[in-house]
Design a protein around this ligand. Structure first.
Ligand SMILES: *Cc1c(COP(=O)(O)O)cnc(C)c1O
Length: 755
């Protein structure tokens, strides 16, 4: 196997000393190095938890217990040293159950060490009884076997293949990167991405790696490994994102004319699936607050009776007996963008047997399986009973919250008590949507991302994310307290926050009648807020949709942050959103916090825009002379005048009636039977495209639905706003913009042709 760099770490107070103890340990270090292993010698544990981070870079630890501090005899000293040792070993084992740990002693022996520490060790080295060479070989054997155990099946096979150096005649045409070397720009590409990435970019003719499309060989072994790790009965890796995973799940289960039950706040890939399958959707409508944060669908909406009522009311389903309809699929966004989760066990018990397939779109939730915090709040909980009839699917974007390359995604399936997934039939849908040339680096990242989450490491990683997220919330509150009556940003979430540590899961269960969320009365225990999602609220708008005299629209804050090197995930009217993935560090959120402080300072001083947002002003010189506070105020006043918070809430909650099946409306595009209709003429027309405002990126209208007045009012507002504040544009996907010679923009939407 390839040589990876994982030094053996020695921690010994005497590592650099000229005494006998120092000579002994250095002799061991030299013997290890002679065998070709790197050694990293340090003289103290230092900051315990930081040092334990080293467990991911080390192949073994050797901890000396000969040190002075271990006590020349006094009981207190020995106890203190033991406590240190125990804490250190505990910290490593919290994250890593396998890495070899040795104790090293000359005068002391294992008798001095209590059992709870001994049981975590791979051995006790008593130096003067064996030669350093002998001891070194023993440790190296263990370190090697540890390293060999790390790689999951596909990654292991890919590394082996890429190192093997065999010549191939198959595609891709760059032949392990060689093609790039034949041109200067190709050379640059090669140097940037590196040899390994290109050597590992192989085609599916390579037998020894297995086939993603048939799920064979090492790929299949990796999928089985991931299924086990994520508590699923089946796992399918997908290299084209969860957008594709969703379409696969749908195409396995839904055929033309089928009734499907869909979260109105769903990702557009599910809406594309409605169009592609020719389904008739009935929508479940989520609550919203006036910040524009999307809340949960009330529990009552999930009852069979409520769904039958919707079927009865659907103009496309007139003449069918709602009691006889069995919807094919339920698709629910499990973890909304803002972090609202559902009690999946409740939903399963309400719909089991009524709906064939329960599909949880867990694009933002692959971490939930690894921490008890999320117990019952994700699709496939450990030890949870299977549904009796319905199959449960979860689609997850490995790349969004775990360590996956972009587009890394997976489909997890839980069989029911009475039905197993027919993998062959499922694969028909899988093949319909997957490229026949999958990217192997993405498969490897699916494999590695899953292996990283293996207990106990995965739990430790998620716990760290939660801890960082809570530290951030506490830090924001501390700043607020210091400012006293002066303004500051708030992080949206429950009032109660643990004083230290990660607190309790119960702190994040959304209480039915709590005021902070603004979603009205909710069923008890049905929802949770994922603490790793943080929505930061800017001043100016309250939860009732009332505008204050002054305000700070979030889009200005996030532009400011971007020019200061902090890019946020999503921006709303008076809120923006950040996420504590397992890649987030203290440095990152502290930088955000200081940048927000600078913003406040610049705002309070009304600093000129040219000074604080030079890049933005270079693109939009009209703002150069303005002060930051003045700009905030003029945008704020325009929002207030348009009563935009209430308008968007009303618009999203308005009763939207389908005039035709989404697939029929879409067919008009294929048949070129559309009109490009100007905004002012839209009311009453039927759209052929998805219309999606950003923020929040939730489709407002889907093909086949009619424009109502509220939506037209909103589009007029967006048009007016974009004219007044270029650079802060409300982006509406689905709007067609045409610019005339004088530079004036007109906006259109493509609609079903009127004859
Ligand atoms: C991002 C997202 C998807 C699509 O995932 P990709 O991996 O980007 O294709 C699907 N569903 C939801 C809820 C998402 O947020």
């Amino acid at each position: 196997m390839m040589r990876f760099r994982f030094p053996i770490v020695i921690i010994d107070e005497d590592f650099r000393s000229e005494n006998a103890s120092g000579l002994g340990i250095r002799a061991l270090a030299e013997a290890i190095e002679k065998e070709g292993f790197e050694v990293l010698g340090v003289t103290s544990y230092g900051n315990l938890s930081q040092f334990a981070q080293q467990q991911s870079r080390a192949s073994a630890f050797i901890l000396s217990i000969d040190d002075e501090e271990f006590g020349a005899g006094s009981k207190e000293e020995v106890d203190a040293a033991l406590k240190n040792l125990r804490a250190f070993v505990g910290e490593i084992r919290f994250k890593n159950a396998e890495i070899p740990i040795y104790l090293y002693g000359e005068t002391r022996t294992s008798e001095h060490i209590p059992n709870d520490v001994l049981k975590e060790l791979h051995g006790f080295i008593h130096m003067f009884e064996d030669t350093p060479e002998f001891v070194a070989r023993h440790i190296i054997r263990e370190a090697r076997s540890y390293l060999d155990s790390l790689a999951p099946p596909f990654f292991r096979a890919l590394v082996h293949y890429a190192q093997d150096g065999s010549y191939s005649w198959h595609c891709p045409g760059h032949s392990g990167g060689v093609a790039f070397l034949k041109s200067p720009i190709g050379q640059m590409f090669h140097q940037f991405f590196g040899e390994n990435m290109l050597r590992a970019d192989v085609c599916n003719a390579v037998e020894e790696l297995g086939q993603l499309l048939d799920h064979t060989g090492p790929v299949a072994a990796s999928e089985r490994n991931a299924a086990r790790i994520f508590n699923a009965d089946h796992c399918f890796f997908v290299t084209n994102g969860t957008s594709t995973s969703n379409k696969m799940v749908w195409h396995h289960t839904v055929a033309p004319g089928d009734v499907v039950v869909v979260d109105r706040n769903c990702h557009k890939s599910n809406l594309h699936a409605i169009i592609m399958t020719g389904a008739v959707p009935v929508f479940l409508t989520p609550t919203r607050n006036h910040y524009g944060i999307i809340g949960p669908i009330p529990q009552s909406e999930f009852s069979r009776e409520a769904i039958e009522k919707k079927i009865a009311a659907n103009p496309l389903l007139q003449g069918v007996d709602p009691k006889k309809v069995k919807p094919r699929i339920l698709t629910l966004t499990q973890s909304t963008y803002d972090g609202v989760l559902y009690n999946t066990e409740t939903i399963k018990s309400m719909l089991d047997g009524y709906i064939d397939t329960l599909h949880f779109d867990e694009a933002w939730l692959p971490h939930a399986a690894f921490h008890p915090y999320y117990n019952g709040m994700h699709a496939m909980g450990k030890g949870k009973a299977k549904a009796r009839e319905s199959l449960v699917f979860s689609t997850q974007s490995t790349h969004k919250l775990l360590a996956g390359l972009s587009q890394a995604s997976q489909i997890l399936v839980q069989d029911s008590q009475n039905r197993r997934l027919d993998r062959h039939l499922f694969n028909e849908a899988y093949l319909m949507h997957t490229s026949t040339s999958p990217q192997y680096a993405i498969i490897a990242s699916c494999d590695v991302a899953a292996a990283m989450m293996e207990a106990p490491g995965g739990t430790a990683l998620v716990e760290e994310s939660i801890a960082e997220a809570l530290d951030f919330r506490r830090a924001m509150r501390k700043v607020e307290k210091e400012f006293g009556k002066d303004w500051w940003f708030k992080v949206w979430g429950p009032e109660k926050l643990a004083a230290a540590g990660i607190g309790e899961r119960d702190d994040w269960i959304i209480k039915g009648d709590a005021k902070w969320h603004g979603f009205g009365k909710l069923a008890e225990g049905f929802n949770m807020l994922d603490p790793i999602k943080s929505t930061v609220v800017t001043p100016g708008l309250d939860l009732n949709g009332k505008f204050a005299k002054t305000g700070i629209p979030a889009s200005i804050v996030t532009k400011y942050l971007a020019e200061h090197g902090v890019v946020v995930e999503k921006t709303g009217l008076y809120s923006f959103f950040i996420m504590f993935t397992i890649g987030i560090t203290k440095g990152r959120w502290n930088t955000l916090l200081t940048a927000l402080q600078q913003f406040k300072d610049d705002y309070d001083k009304n600093q000129p825009m040219w000074r604080i947002l030079p890049e933005f002003c270079a693109q939009h010189p009209r703002y150069e002379g303005m002060g930051l506070r003045d700009l905030c105020q003029s945008i704020h006043e325009m929002y207030a005048k348009g009563d935009i918070a209430r308008l968007t809430t009303d618009m999203y909650l308005s009763d939207l009636q389908p005039a035709m099946k989404p697939s029929d409306a879409y067919a008009r595009i294929a048949h070129r039977e559309t009109d490009r209709v100007e905004i002012d003429l839209l009311e009453g027309r039927v759209t052929t495209s998805l219309l999606t405002p950003y923020p929040p990126g939730i489709p407002l209208l889907i093909p086949g639905e009619r424009f109502n007045k509220k939506i037209v009012d909103y589009l007029r507002f967006a048009r007016e706003f974009n004219r007044k504040f270029p650079g802060f544009d409300t982006d509406v996907h689905g709007l067609v913009q045409e610019v005339d010679e004088a530079g004036n923009a007109t906006y259109f939407v493509d609609c079903v042709r009127q004859t």
